[in-house]
Ligand binder design. Structure first.
Ligand code: ATP
Length: 235
């Protein structure tokens, strides 16, 4: 579904990605693991068209998408939930959700998806008229995910969905990620919480200072000594 080949991405003179290659197959949950500053967010931003690679190619559903406008990429079925949630604070919960579907015109289907989001996140339904800026951090994370679901993506890019959440919310968010996947959406998940990410992922890639240093099935990565030492708490 997604094939990234040898991409280099820079911020000015700083090279954030150094020849990264990876693949995501339809139906999978693939996780990207790595320390702060490894380049995980940069990779997601590049996939969603916010940054352009200097070198390399990105193929999505067999067609090149690198360098395309972010809006074109959303329309093609890739939705990005950035780090730090970023909901529109002065709009209500429901308005934020409706905005997720702004490129769609299938009104009946949009309504169905709204109902689906409320079914997955009953908390959002209870608070649909509330201004989003007044939601708790966990609720804003749910809203950011709900808004991405409203775009009805084929591929969902999630950047640290568990960040800053209470353990109970972390469990809920990971369960929802699995549900979204089971309903047919392919997922690329960036996480610092490697244990949790590998527990729901099919495969994973480990990124260090802009390079993929390790990849494999979730089971292989869970067994990897290098990974255990660096990211899984050494046991
Ligand atoms: P984290 O988990 O801490 O968010 P990350 O793996 O997502 O880390 P990135 O945000 O992709 O890391 O950053 C990769 C590198 O690019 C870092 O060295 C970072 O300092 C640098 N970088 C990121 N954004 C910018 C920017 N706007 N300008 C300059 N350098 C940047």
């Amino acid at each position: 579904m997604l094939k990234v080949e040898d991409i280099n991405v820079y911020y000015g003179n700083i090279q954030a990605l150094k020849g990264v290659s990876l693949e995501v197959n339809e139906g999978e949950i693939v996780t990207l693991i790595g320390a702060n500053g490894a380049g995980k967010s940069t990779l997601l931003k590049t996939l969603s068209g916010l940054l352009k690679p200097k070198k390399g190619s990105i193929q999505y559903l067999g067609k090149p998408i690198s360098g395309k406008a972010a809006q074109t990429i959303v329309k093609a079925g890739i939705s990005h939930v950035p780090e730090g949630r970023r909901v529109f604070a002065n709009m209500t919960v429901e308005e934020n959700l409706e905005l997720g579907a702004y490129l769609r015109s299938d009104k009946n289907e949009i309504k169905k998806d709204l109902d689906k989001v409320y079914e997955v996140f009953p908390r959002l339904q209870e608070r649909k008229k509330q201004l989003s800026g007044t939601l708790s951090g966990g609720e804003q994370q749910m809203l950011a995910m709900g808004r991405a679901i409203m775009a009805r993506p084929k591929l969902l890019l999630l950047d640290e969905p568990s960040m800053g959440l209470a353990p109970l919310f972390v469990k809920t968010i990971f369960k929802v990620i699995q549900e979204i996947n089971q309903s047919g959406t392919t997922i690329l998940l960036v996480e610092q919480n490697a244990n949790m990410a590998l527990s729901i992922a099919d495969r994973g890639y480990v990124i260090e200072t802009g390079k993929v240093v390790l990849s494999g099935t979730a089971a292989e990565l869970q067994e990897s000594d290098d990974l255990k030492q660096a990211y899984l708490g050494g046991h």
